[in-house]
Design a protein around this ligand. Sequence first.
Ligand SMILES: Cc1cc2nc3c(=O)[nH]c(=O)nc-3n(C[C@H](O)[C@H](O)[C@H](O)COP(=O)(O)O)c2cc1C
Length: 212
Amino acid sequence: MKVVGIGGSLAAQSSSLAALKIALEGAAEGGASTELFDVRALALPMYSPEVKIKDVPESVRRLCDRVHEAAGLLWASPLYHGTISGSFKNALDWLQLLSDRKPAFLTDKVVGLISTAGGTQGLQAVNTMEFVVRALRGWAVPLVIPIPQAWRVFDQEGLHDEGVAAQLKALGREVTRAAKQFASKVLTTPDAERAEAQVQPITEKEATSSES
Ligand SMILES: Cc1cc2nc3c(=O)[nH]c(=O)nc-3n(C[C@H](O)[C@H](O)[C@H](O)COP(=O)(O)O)c2cc1C
């Protein structure tokens, strides 16, 4: 059972990255093997739909392969201008390369959502992430951790609030628990998959085949 974390910002000291690391510890406590993809370390070029397979960076190939293998995911983005950051969204845009995997995108994967914000709300970023989870055919767990006024609880050493740390670990454990349940049984049946491709044709191939 693998849980992959994607998140952080381009800041050298990132509260969303620190939060993600703690949630991954929770996933490990729940029995998952974990891997972290730090958006800053990935240093991804901007996704282009015209990218040729031969030009896909090695970091993107690894990200897509590990995400495809994983049963659970943890995502963490800072709140930027009321939504997720551009660099985090760009990492998610690269998951378009999972369109021709079997099953496609995030089918039957469980996702836990985290955001950090400077102001008093963080939920907009979580809500935006949930739209992406659904578009990519994944399942978001009901527990979400938006961390408002992150500057109050994160400093140079990381998180110094045990309550928030406990919530993040609980999310990691919850993703692992739910991912184990999902993995024990195929949930997305072929007819549901076909219907999904028809209502949400997000690849050229699906758009064409849904018309036949
Ligand atoms: C470009 C930019 C836009 C931001 N927009 C918001 C915002 O709309 N609402 C908010 O509460 N905080 C906003 N913030 C503050 C960040 O959400 C906050 O500092 C967060 O903890 C940064 O996460 P990071 O440390 O992982 O980079 C913004 C910060 C930046 C740099």
